[in-house]
Write a protein that binds this ligand. Structure first.
Ligand code: NAD
Length: 322
C-alpha cells in the first residue's frame, strides 16, 4: 500500500537517504527543506520520479509546516541544525530551528491529524552521564546547546502525546555515517571529513588522544529504524524513545586505521598517512555506546551493517563522488 509520507530535512544526509528509500518502495513522498545545510544535488535523482515532490521551505514558518503536512499519513522529521560546535558558536539559531521549528511541526501534525511523527533525536541527550552502554531511561545533563535542543524535542513530544494524543516516536541516532554525508565546512562529521582528507593525502586531525569512542551507525541501519518506527503498532512504541545505533564502540584511532585500510584498496599509499592530534573539543562526550535492546525488542530493529561493512560502502561512494 502506498503511504503519504513527509520527510523534513529531505535535502540533507539522512533525509535524502530516507527519501530515496521510501520513493523506491513506491510511497508518495514529499520532501521539505530550506537548503541551509542540505543541497538539491542530494535529491537530484529523485526529482524526476512521479512519487516524489519537493517543497522548499523553512520549519520556522508555521504556515510552511501546515502546508507540508496536509494529507500526509506519516512524518519523518529530520530537519534541524546539527553539530555541537555550531550550536556553541550560534545557540540562538540552533534553538530557533531545532526547538521552534520542532514545535511548529508538532502543532502542524496535531492539527492535520497525522498518524505518527517519527523524529530524529540524538545520543547527545545522554550528556554527562558516564554510564555505558546508554539505556534510554538514564540520561545526564546536556553538554551543549545542541544537546539541550534535542532533549527539549523529547519533552515536547511527550507533552503533545499526553495533552493532545499526538503519536510520536523519537529515534536517538548515534553518529550516523554513509553516502551523501557532507565532508565540507567547519561542522563536517569525522567520517566524511577524514575520508576526504585521506583521499587528498592530508593528515586527519583527531581532537584529543584518539581514545574517545563512538557507536558509529551506518545509514542503512537508520533507514530500517525509521521504517520500523513508522509502521509499528506495538503498544509500547507509542510516545517512546529508542536508541538507534549498531551497539559497538570504536575509538577514533581505530576509526582512522579502518578508514585507511578501506581506502587502501584504491591507493596503497594512504596506509602511510600519519594522524595529527589536537586539543579536545568543547562539549564532546568522551565515550558513547548504545544499548539497542529496546529497539530490538519493540521495533524488531536488526542493524545489518557493522562499522567495517558500512565504511566499505561509504568509502566506495566517496571515491566515486568526490
Ligand atoms: P544534515 O545537515 O545533512 O540535514 C539536515 C537538513 O535539514 C538539511 O538539509 C538542512 O538544509 C535542513 N534544515 C535545516 N534547518 C532547516 C529549516 N529551518 N527548515 C527546513 N529545513 C532545514 O544533517 P543530518 O546528519 O542528515 O541530520 C538529520 C537529523 O538527524 C537532524 O535532526 C540531526 O540533529 C539528527 N542527528 C544526526 C546525527 C548524525 O550523526 N548525522 C546524529 C544524531 C542526530
Amino acid at each position: 500500500m502506498s503511504l503519504k509520507i513527509l520527510i523534513t530535512g529531505a535535502a540533507g544526509f539522512i533525509g535524502s537517504n530516507l527519501c530515496e528509500y521510501f520513493v523506491s518502495m513506491g510511497h508518495d513522498v514529499l520532501g521539505l527543506d530550506n537548503l541551509s545545510t542540505g543541497s538539491l544535488s542530494n535529491i537530484e535523482g529523485l526529482r524526476l520520479k512521479d512519487n516524489f515532490n519537493f517543497l522548499k521551505g523553512d520549519i520556522r514558518d508555521i504556515e510552511t509546516c501546515r502546508k507540508a503536512v496536509l494529507n500526509r499519513d506519516y512524518v519523518l522529521h529530520q530537519a534541524a541544525l546539527g553539530s555541537v560546535p555550531r550550536s556553541i558558536n550560534d545557540p540562538i539559531t540552533s534553538n530557533d530551528v531545532n526547538v521552534g521549528g520542532f514545535l511548529n511541526m508538532l502543532v502542524a501534525c496535531k492539527d492535520a491529524g497525522v498518524k505518527k511523527m517519527v523524529y530524529a533525536a540524538s545520543s547527545s541527550t545522554y550528556g554527562d552521564s558516564k554510564a555505558l552502554p546508554k539505556v534510554e531511561e538514564r540520561i545526564g545533563k546536556p553538554l551543549s546547546p545542541y544537546a539541550i535542543t534535542k532533549y527539549v524535542n523529547e519533552l515536547y513530544a511527550d507533552v503533545f502525546y499526553k495533552t493532545y494524543g499526538l503519536n510520536t516516536i523519537g529515534l536517538r541516532y548515534f553518529n550516523v555515517f554513509g553516502r551523501r554525508q557532507d565532508p565540507n565546512g567547519a561542522y563536517a562529521a569525522v567520517i566524511p571529513l577524514f575520508t576526504k582528507q585521506l583521499m587528498n593525502k592530508q593528515s586527519p586531525t583527531i581532537n584529543g588522544d584518539g581514545t574517545y569512542s563512538r557507536d558509529f551507525t551506518y545509514i542503512d541501519n537508520v533507514i530500517q529504524a525509521n521504517e520500523k518506527a513508522m509502521l509499528t503498532v506495538h503498544p509500547e512504541a507509542v510516545n517512546s524513545i529508542f536508541n538507534i545505533a549498531y551497539g559497538e564502540r570504536t575509538d577514533l584511532k581505530m576509526l582512522v586505521d579502518l578508514l585507511k585500510m578501506s581506502l587502501s584498496k584504491y591507493d596503497k599509499s594512504i596506509l602511510n598517512i600519519e594522524v595529527i592530534y589536537g586539543p579536545v573539543r568543547e562539549g564532546d562526550v568522551p565515550h558513547s555506546l548504545a544499548s539497542i535492546d529496546k529497539a530490538k525488542r519493540i521495533l524488531n530493529y536488526q542493524p545489518q551493517f557493522n562499522l567495517r561493512d558500512g565504511l566499505d560502502e561509504a568509502v566506495d561512494w566517496y571515491w566515486s563522488h568526490l
